[in-house]
Design a protein around this ligand. Structure first.
Ligand SMILES: *[C@@H]1O[C@H](CO)[C@@H](O)[C@H](O)[C@H]1NC(C)=O
Ligand SMILES: *[C@@H]1O[C@H](CO)[C@@H](O)[C@H](O)[C@H]1NC(C)=O
Ligand SMILES: *[C@@H]1O[C@H](CO)[C@@H](O)[C@H](O)[C@H]1NC(C)=O
Ligand SMILES: *[C@@H]1O[C@H](CO)[C@@H](O)[C@H](O)[C@H]1NC(C)=O
Ligand SMILES: *[C@@H]1O[C@H](CO)[C@@H](O)[C@H](O)[C@H]1NC(C)=O
Ligand SMILES: *[C@@H]1O[C@H](CO)[C@@H](O)[C@H](O)[C@H]1NC(C)=O
Ligand SMILES: *[C@@H]1O[C@H](CO)[C@@H](O)[C@H](O)[C@H]1NC(C)=O
Ligand SMILES: *[C@@H]1O[C@H](CO)[C@@H](O)[C@H](O)[C@H]1NC(C)=O
Ligand SMILES: *[C@@H]1O[C@H](CO)[C@@H](O)[C@H](O)[C@H]1NC(C)=O
Ligand SMILES: *[C@@H]1O[C@H](CO)[C@@H](O)[C@H](O)[C@H]1NC(C)=O
Ligand SMILES: *[C@@H]1O[C@H](CO)[C@@H](O)[C@H](O)[C@H]1NC(C)=O
Ligand SMILES: *[C@@H]1O[C@H](CO)[C@@H](O)[C@H](O)[C@H]1NC(C)=O
Length: 855
């Protein structure tokens, strides 16, 4: 499929944004281009039991819709036009209300009487897909109760190639396999609760700096950063988790702000039409990140299905779609079957998750916590109750506490944990305590005051309460008759000496923070400026450890922090990485410190120095037209880089201590009788409807229609708006081919060629709990694929098991063809190389006592 020559016309951004008004004159001729892939594959759900009924219903209802009604489903009504963070037009004639799209991946953003769940990094640290499902289900239920149709999560982009990446914490760990399992579990959970999930951000959205033009007004770039990714890393790293989400039936996918190979994420035909809809067989709809759409016709032809929030830029009051899409269909620049497909994909996802049965009226508001206000926030129209304040929390607090505890990683323990009944505890650090401004006192959590329990940005939720570590520790101390003192001013060094000296157990809480690029906190524009601690953390630790021989350090952070300055201090007897735990923070850390819960494992590597990661986030643009970020090391993401280059990390990926002891006893490998792999042969569905029957005059605003101010409508203002001059934006000829296109050889079903998921081997390992406590172990399986240019080992299985003291269990892993295959850029397919392959099983990426050949 990839043409061997890279012509300028091959890069969608050059062909289309230019015509859509974006500047290209004088643009440097960048090396990286994205090849074209047209036409957009049509979703039909054919032969897919999960989708076929939903598609029958969707096709039936879309067949009854007028052109304007279809456009309405695809087009956001504009920023702050309605109560949710994103809203589509409605189809009142058929009883379909506008869809409500709401952040976030960890709860209902802006919600009241809703929960603040542990962030992605913490659920990933549990290595428990059952818990990930339950978290997804609980979040989906909360969104459902607020009237939300699409929950804007889960996240697998950023994946975490850069440890400093501002939004890594929203995702499910820095390994594609781990992230894919997490994504799929969340998708199933959210959708089983009756809400459409949205896997995001597609794709290679690895840093905040330069992801959008205009975000840093001091440094004006003309186009967003281009993440330049080679085909192999795209498949084996970035697209991998999305394939799992598609296979799990995800209803929507959000395309990202950044460019990929100099073509915007929301108009890159190779990524949307080619990889997502053709190769991965995605049946749901693609929606744009908020103002990530930069053209009308080009995005439609490239495979975008829904424009969010609808206006070209927030409050620009005009749109690439809305009436412009109506016009584009009338003038033939967008084929009617493409619009039919957009509307059908949206409705199919709607029916698939049962929105027709579970929808309740929207009873939240994204713009205010006031009960009364304007439904049309910007237009100040329709005053009434906008926050119904329905309490949707159920019993989710207990689940949140369990996840946060099981996702806390014990990195060091010289026998000081679990705590018994200390005589005197001293607690140190502002991270132990409440934010004086309140749990929701900083806009979108954009600060690091008090304890850090989530990152900042759109991926947040309001805390219904936030139990700080100090609060929970005081409650525990009270029960145990323990004396407890504290110093929570990070600069009150002298006070610390005295308090530290008296205590037999010193608990130090330190932090680091990160978030989304539209907010800058302490000079950090989303991405972290460094991997060290915030708020004087290192000095607090050293001060306490200098005067307390039993110092236990807990880190709340969005990702790895450097620990070399203090980790080996002999008085530091234990260290915990507690991620971003959500509203039950204090209770969950008490559960781990006192040993009531078994801890988790690291979903990323903690290095000894930042340069050990071998990657560089681009803080300063290399040029002001479109910064070029070459993600050349992406295949060797995280631990793969350390393994390949023999770099000793401080704590390797998958590492974490248990309260019990585990012995890996035996491994047996059984080869199955799976058949050979055959490239998929087929075609994407042909279009049924190719004729536009409606006239411009039938698409005018209906007589007497009340227009809400600044609202995006599908209607024409006059028949001349149709401007059928034909001299405007038109795509390449094959974008208009109604007969479809050959299915890619690696395609054929959601998630790709079904034979990729054939089980080739079954691995049976036995693991014994040889400690004195009942416990939980995360059994991890890695595969080495054997070629020179392959990673040394890649994670390909894990299971969190619970085993009583003195008992053993066997864990069976299925190894699929996909698990041992590599992406072959020549055949554009997965191949299993002839190199000798091995399977390794153990307790982390570097502690793998069991090894066997895969023959
Ligand atoms: C991006 O460009 C690289 C070559 O530089 C190519 O291998 C890859 O397939 C391209 N990917 C996309 C999605 O355009
Ligand atoms: C499109 O949606 C808007 C907002 O919900 C609504 O006012 C309008 O009537 C809809 N248009 C059609 C054709 O249904
Ligand atoms: C249609 O698109 C053009 C080009 O981007 C824009 O200038 C115009 O304002 C849009 N029209 C509407 C009604 O949004
Ligand atoms: C403390 O534990 C670490 C491993 O967690 C170990 O490397 C170190 O030797 C221990 N130190 C002491 C003093 O026991
Ligand atoms: C790292 O960044 C944090 C937050 O901005 C800051 O408090 C700290 O001083 C920085 N560390 C170093 C070594 O510059
Ligand atoms: C320990 O406390 C004393 C005061 O009692 C202080 O002078 C000293 O600097 C402290 N040690 C460290 C390492 O902070
Ligand atoms: C460890 O703590 C004790 C006080 O309990 C102190 O005397 C000693 O100097 C500390 N050790 C170090 C290396 O700071
Ligand atoms: C990115 O890769 C291209 C092609 O190899 C190269 O010309 C360019 O200099 C690289 N850019 C950076 C910032 O390294
Ligand atoms: C058992 O586990 C405990 C707690 O992690 C550890 O201190 C101890 O050294 C382990 N014992 C053995 C034999 O591994
Ligand atoms: C579309 O229009 C053409 C030309 O008017 C006609 O031949 C064809 O039958 C129509 N197709 C459909 C599906 O209505
Ligand atoms: C058709 O209409 C769209 C939307 O206004 C416009 O962008 C495009 O340039 C038009 N196409 C032609 C061929 O004039
Ligand atoms: C796995 O191995 C254990 C220990 O040898 C054995 O008891 C168990 O039956 C095996 N399970 C399967 C499914 O083969």
């Amino acid at each position: 499929m990839a043409p061997t020559t890279h012509t300028v016309l091959g890069g969608a951004v050059f062909l289309f944004s230019a015509l859509a008004g974006a500047k290209d004159s004088g643009a440097p001729n960048f090396y990286h281009h994205s090849p074209p892939a047209y036409p957009a594959p049509i979703g039909t759900g054919n032969g897919l039991p999960e989708w076929s009924e939903a598609y029958s219903k969707a096709q039936a209802i879309v067949a009854q819709m007028t052109l304007a009604e279809k456009v309405n489903l695809t087009s956001g009504t504009g920023w702050e036009s309605e109560q949710c963070v994103g809203n589509t037009g409605s189809v009142p004639r058929l009883g379909i209300r506008g869809l409500c799209l709401q952040d976030s991946p960890l709860g209902v953003r802006a919600g009241l009487y809703s929960s603040a769940f542990p962030a992605g990094v913490t659920i990933a640290s549990t290595w428990d897909d059952g818990l990930a499902y339950r978290r997804g289900y609980a979040m989906g239920a909360e969104h459902r109760g607020k009237g939300v149709d699409v929950q804007l999560g889960p996240v697998s982009g950023p994946l975490g190639l850069f440890p400093e990446g501002g939004r890594n914490w929203e995702g499910a760990g820095s390994d594609p396999y781990l992230s894919g399992i997490g994504l799929a579990a969340a998708v199933r959970g959210i959708q089983d609760a009756g809400v459409i999930a949205c896997a995001k951000h597609y794709i290679a959205n690895e840093q905040e700096h330069w992801r959008q033009r205009g975000e840093n007004p001091d440094v004006p770039i003309e186009e967003a950063l281009s993440s330049n990714v080679d085909d192999r890393a795209m498949h084996e790293v970035f697209a991998w988790p999305f394939a799992d989400a598609v296979r799990a039936g995800v209803g929507s996918i959000m395309c990202s702000y950044n460019q990929i190979n100099n073509s915007y994420g929301c108009q890159n035909s190779e990524l949307l039409n080619g990889i997502l809809k053709n190769e991965l067989g995605f049946q749901g709809f693609v929606l744009s990140d908020w103002q990530a759409q930069h053209a009308g016709v080009a995005t439609a032809l490239a495979g975008l299905d829904m424009a969010m929030p609808g206006d070209q830029v927030f409050l620009s009051h005009n749109a690439y779609w809305g009436s412009n899409l109506t016009v584009a269909v009338l003038n033939g620049s967008v084929p009617i079957w493409r619009l039919d497909d957009m509307a059908t994909r949206i409705m199919a996802s709607f029916y698939k998750v049962g929105r027709d049965k579970t929808q309740v009226p929207v009873n939240l508001d994204a713009w205010t916590t006031d009960v009364y206000g304007y439904q049309h926030w910007f237009a100040k129209e329709n005053y009434g109750i906008i926050n119904g304040n329905v309490d949707v929390r159920g019993a989710h607090g207990a689940l949140i506490r369990e996840i946060a505890a099981k996702g806390t990683v014990i990195l060091k323990n010289n026998g000081s944990l679990p705590l018994g009944r200390p005589r005197q505890i001293a607690v140190f650090g502002s991270d132990a305590t409440d934010n004086p401004k309140g749990p929701n006192g900083c806009e979108d959590r954009g600060c690091a005051d008090g304890t850090v329990a989530m990152g900042w940005g759109s991926g947040t939720a309001n805390f219904p309460y936030l139990i700080s570590p100090l609060t929970a520790l005081q409650n525990k101390a009270y029960q145990d008759n323990t004396v407890i003192q504290w110093v929570v001013d990070d600069y009150a060094i002298d006070s610390m000496h005295n308090v530290a000296k008296q205590a037999d157990t010193c608990l130090v809480f330190v932090k680091s923070q990160a978030g989304e690029g539209y907010l800058t906190v302490d000079g950090n524009r989303g991405d972290r400026n460094n991997l060290t601690l915030w708020s004087n953390g290192e000095q607090v630790i050293k001060t306490v450890a200098g005067n307390c021989s039993n110092t236990i350090v807990t880190v709340h952070a969005p990702g790895p922090v450097l620990m070399e300055e203090w980790i080996d201090h002999p008085n530091i007897t234990a260290v915990l990485f507690a991620g971003l735990p959500g509203q039950e923070s204090g209770n969950s850390i008490v559960d781990v410190l006192y040993g009531f819960i078994e801890p988790g494992r690291l979903p990323f590597t903690i290095a000894k120095s930042a340069s050990d990661y071998g990657v560089k986030l681009m803080y300063e643009p290399d040029n002001l037209y479109a910064p070029q970020q070459n993600l050349t090391n992406a295949l060797m993401i995280d631990y793969r880089h350390f393994d390949k280059n023999n770099i000793e990390p401080r704590f390797e990926f998958g590492f974490g201590l248990s309260y019990s002891n585990w012995t890996y006893k035996s491994i047996t490998v059984r080869k199955t009788s799976a058949g050979p792999y055959t490239p998929f042969v087929g075609r994407t569905p042909a279009a049924k409807n190719t004729n536009v029957t409606e006239s411009p005059s039938s698409l005018l605003f209906p007589p007497g229609f009340h227009k809400v101010a600044a609202y995006i409508y599908p209607f024409l203002s006059s028949t001349s708006q149709a401007g059928l001059s034909g001299d405007g934006e038109h795509g390449p000829a094959d974008a208009y081919d109604p007969s479809g296109t050959p299915t890619r050889p690696a395609g054929g079903a959601p998630g790709g060629n079904p034979q990729l998921y054939d089980v080739l081997w079954q691995v049976n390992v036995t693991v014994a709990n040889t400690g004195k406590r009942n416990g939980e172990e995360v059994v991890q399986l890695y595969v080495s694929q054997g070629e020179q240019d392959d990673p040394v080992r890649v994670l390909r299985g894990f299971r969190r098991v619970s085993v009583d003291a003195g008992q053993w269990t066997s864990v069976i892993f299925d190894i699929t063809r996909r698990d041992v295959a590599r992406w072959d850029v020549v055949s554009q397919n997965w191949v299993v190389s002839s190199a000798k392959k091995k399977v390794y099983v153990g307790r982390s990426s570097r502690d793998l006592p069991l090894v066997a050949d895969l023959d």
